[in-house]
Design a protein around this ligand. Structure first.
Ligand SMILES: O=C(O)CCC(=O)C(=O)O
Length: 279
């Protein structure tokens, strides 16, 4: 349907319209000169009774759900859909603050941090507003950029990977590190749903440094055309030394981001451990 036709239809839905039986042509559509024998147009040319029909505009009674905050340790089933349960597990003190500070210093100085170029859906490229580093036997590609494989893990990362494996029972083989230099650094709404991460990836996210808000929003149904207004929103202020696990359908059904802050923030390092499968 063309956009002008759909605009007309929309107006008619709100204000009402001149209705005629749908199997009858309007005067405007009538052929100028008779085509074919007279009997052919017999029914078509009957005078039509038309009356104004008022249609009440559809009411939108939905309410915007209030944002929820997760700050206590626990297991949170944030949604259950045909795709499965989306589950978060939050451990605010996974590593005690003193050890977390030592880990932060090591990673800040010793990881090969780089600012990479990302590509928007429009094809426009831009510098990511954060620094990153990738470790894994296989390369990792998303939104037009590729992190080369890096199988030589830093010893501190290996130690953390072992600790996570003890707690989760999962043998992670890759890790994306993010360094947010200050409150201006951020990561935009996205899901970690690349094919190479498998269908229901478990992502283990460790945080060091200043607290930043990790936000999640539920994905709308296709008929909402990307409108997130009425979708649930959750905020998790990720503390120094905390662990957040995202499991099940949490990448299929939710997006997440670290928004830019409008007041001063110290740097923060985030490590997201994953299982990555070769293409
Ligand atoms: O910094 C964070 O906590 C989130 C990082 C993230 O979303 C990602 O690496 O995909």
């Amino acid at each position: 349907m063309s956009s002008s036709n759909s605009a007309k239809k929309r107006r008619a839905r709100v204000q009402g319209g001149w209705a005629a039986p749908s199997n009858v042509r309007s005067d405007r559509d009538k052929p100028k000169a008779p085509i074919g024998p007279a009997w052919l147009g017999k029914n078509v040319d009957q005078p039509v009774e038309r009356k104004f029909v008022y249609e009440k505009p559809e009411e939108d009674n939905r309410v915007i759900p209030p944002e929820k905050t997760i700050s206590k340790p626990g297991v949170y089933d944030i949604s259950t859909e045909p795709s499965g349960v989306s589950r978060l597990r939050y451990f605010p003190v996974f590593i005690d603050p003193e050890e977390a500070s030592a880990i932060y210093d090591t990673l800040y100085h010793e990881l090969p941090w780089r600012q990479r170029t990302d590509v928007k859906k429009t094809g426009e490229s831009f510098l990511q507003p954060r620094l990153t580093a990738w470790y894994g036997d296989v390369p990792y590609s998303y939104s037009g950029l590729t992190h080369d494989s890096c199988p030589q893990w830093h010893p501190t990362l290996l130690m953390l990977k072992d600790r996570l494996e003890e707690v989760t029972g999962i043998h992670f083989n890759s890790m994306l590190a993010n360094l947010y230099r200050d409150g201006h650094d951020s990561v935009a709404w996205h899901s970690d749903d690349e094919l190479c991460l498998g269908p229901e990836p478990t992502i283990a996210s460790l945080s060091f440094g200043d607290t930043r808000n990790f936000e999640l929003r539920k994905k709308p149904l296709p008929e909402e055309h990307g409108d997130f207004t009425y979708m649930e929103h959750i905020k998790v202020p990720l503390l120094h030394g905390s662990l957040l696990l995202m499991e099940g359908a949490s990448q299929a059904d939710w997006q997440h981001r670290i928004p830019r802050e409008y007041h001063d923030k110290e740097p923060r390092i985030n490590l997201t451990f994953r299982i990555t499968y070769p293409d």
